[in-house]
Design a protein around this ligand. Structure first.
Ligand code: NAP
Length: 243
């Protein structure tokens, strides 16, 4: 049976763990050829193993998306090997928090660098390739923290996720109606059981969603018709207090 992403070329950053990994597995199951990016090669090897037998395939591309040289080569590789890119999912993320009185200055910058600047780099390269195709979907991982801050001690992360929202809206404004056929949107999950929130991998609290639920939302956004943009899917557990 044809998958929902048959013959679609996708790139997923942060595909080694958590939401990115669950999305890569789902996309491969739905027939996509997935370029999977993260720094830890062993995570990508395990992803390839787990995707064996899927309709699609996974090409691991280990590297750091805050390295502009790596990102440029990454998109050159996709274009050289496939001639196009249909879907980009910016899922790589880094969390930094702490009180304003002692928040680590380097961690604050790193958080903005991974969550905002690297997503911008990948979006820029993807848009250039997708414009040549005449279509494409770019899906950014925001957070409920793109809409409300949840806590007063996570200034770096909260700022980065508000920035993802501003960046997404700005690029969507530029591209909607521009004739490029490229849509830009975001999926904004509440707390989700991944190595970011539950590094020990033990039983998660009841208000944690499963990464597979978020991956389903990302698939919905990715598999929509070309002329439809699922601009903002915000989803969180009913056991989580929003405000
Ligand atoms: N989990 C949640 O509760 C939650 C809620 C809302 C939004 N989100 C967002 O959803 C996205 C995914 O979160 P997650 O929970 O799945 O995170 P995760 O479990 O920590 O996984 C993050 C992935 O990003 C990769 N990564 C980090 N920095 C990178 C870099 N510089 N270059 C390449 N890859 C990099 C990591 O691999 P390496 O370290 O090996 O590179 C890892 O594979 C993030 O944007 C996060 O902010 C998460």
């Amino acid at each position: 049976m044809a998958g929902r992403l048959n013959e679609r070329i996708s790139m997923i950053t942060g595909a080694g763990k958590g939401i990115g990994r669950a999305t890569a597995l789902l996309f491969a199951k739905e027939g996509s050829a997935v370029f999977a990016v993260a720094r830890t090669s062993t995570d990508l090897d395990s992803l390839v193993n787990d995707a064996a037998g899927s309709e699609g395939r996974i090409t691991p591309v280990p590297g750091d998306i805050t390295d502009r040289g790596f990102v440029a080569k990454l998109f050159e590789k996709v274009e050289r090997e496939c001639g196009r890119l249909d879907i980009l999912v910016n899922s790589a993320g880094f969390v930094a928090g702490g009180s304003i009185f002692n928040m680590d200055e380097d961690q604050f910058l790193e958080c903005l660098k991974v969550n905002v600047w690297a997503a911008f780099l990948c979006t820029k390269h993807a848009a250039i390739v997708m414009k040549k195709n005449g279509s494409g979907k770019i899906i950014n991982l925001g957070s409920v923290r793109s809409h409300w801050t949840e806590s007063g001690s996570a200034g770096a992360y909260n700022a980065s996720k508000y920035a993802v929202k501003g960046f997404t809206e700005s690029v969507a404004r530029e591209l909607h109606g521009s004739g490029t056929g490229i849509s830009v949107g975001m999926v904004c999950p509440g707390v989700t059981d991944t190595p970011m929130t539950n590094p020990s991998g033990g039983p998660a609290p009841v208000h944690f969603m499963k990464a597979e639920v978020v991956a389903d939302a990302i698939l919905f956004a990715a598999a929509n018709p070309e002329n439809v943009n699922a601009y903002d899917i915000t989803l969180f557990s009913t056991a989580q207090k929003p405000w």
